[in-house]
Design a protein around this ligand. Sequence first.
Ligand SMILES: *Cc1c(COP(=O)(O)O)cnc(C)c1O
Length: 463
Amino acid sequence: MSDGSGMRYASSRGLAAEVDFSDALLGGLAPDGGLYLPTEWPALTSAAPDSYPELAAAVMQPFVAGVIAPDDFAAMVADAYSTFSAPDVCPLVRLDDNHHLLELFHGPTLAFKDVALQLVGRLFDHELRRRDERVTIVGATSGDTGSAAMEAVRGSDRVDIVILFPAGRTSEVQRRQMTTLDDPNVHAVAVDGTFDDCQDLVKAMFADEPFRSRCGLSAVNSINWARVMAQIVYYVWAAQKLGRRDTPMTYCVPTGNFGNVFAGHVAHRMGLPVDRFIVASNTNDILTRLIDTGEMLADEVVPTLSPSMDIQISSNLERLLVELLDGNGPATAELLAGFREYGRAALTPQQHERLVSEFAGTRLDDTETLAVMRDVHERHGLLVDPHTAVGIGAAERLRRQGEAIVTLSTAHPAKFPDAVKRATGIHPELPAHLAGIFDREERMESLPNDLAAVEDYVDAVRR
Ligand SMILES: *Cc1c(COP(=O)(O)O)cnc(C)c1O
């Protein structure tokens, strides 16, 4: 179905035609280089079903309206979350009366990316079948997105997927989760460069129009609207489970590309009561500095213990920037072009004020991260991964008297065994379904940070 009556999506840069959900899903990036945003924020469902899949279908339905029938959508959502090992899908764990962890890592690849990508894989299949099309998905990963995306589309005969990752900058578990899948439609590429280089290569492939249309290029990295959409749900879920659908809470989010915390902002815009969002960063702290000063100042990417946050240019920030710039797409494009060219861009005092009325931020370096991991283990008997630890440390540092905080726990500790061992002396065990990855043969291509080389490779492997 596609009856033209559903939600419309517009580019953050304001220079592309509006599209429906199907085109926003399969297109990824808008033709003008912008990111798709719905043209209105639907009100949050007042329903409070007991199960995560039911809540998820109710929260997201307005975004797919006119394209996917409610029953089909509910079935896809239920199927996506049946792959999670926790009955609650995203369970809450109490640290103290006012501080809870929301565990988002019970999916197939043990990182929060699965929450969105298990659904997005099914949405892709559904829409490609309906349109009788195929696509080549290209993506950049700093560690977790790649395996989650591959896991979401492996075995699909309508999708080929090529994932670029920065050579030597992911953990061994992260790399092996990508390189040990033997499905013929999944391909991992180690690029001699940083995550930002990988992301630039992906953007350049999309900007190469002949290549883009020849390959039927598509993206599932965090610029894809459907990913943000799926992440809105667990903010509502956490509030509901804690009996706070009507009372504001603070959400602390370990942040890299700003997709996760932006989804929280969307939940807020849809009517979820929110006190504030705490944007937790590692040493790569451009967001902390933006919140502190109102200025974005580019810096070198520094490798840390939390590689999925080793990012200086948070692509999803564009979605918030356009809002801070009162929906002015061309002005947003200009601000970002200036940032790309000069490595700096400044908000006006009014825009900065609006930013800090909703977002706070702080950074933890690796030493502080390890200290939090040790402390959480000593106080609560809980092993947490370095990304989650950055979140917990940021929440503890900024929390006010009586403030209720939910910190998003974004990865399973066993994805980062070396850091966990260093902090606590304990080697976290991988869940049974992943225990074999150290014995399996790895399959990957190594390529230079060079657009032509990467495009040739994609052309050679796609079916
Ligand atoms: C991707 C990721 C993040 C960062 O999320 P963004 O949506 O990119 O801000 C944090 N922690 C882990 C474990 C991740 O995989």
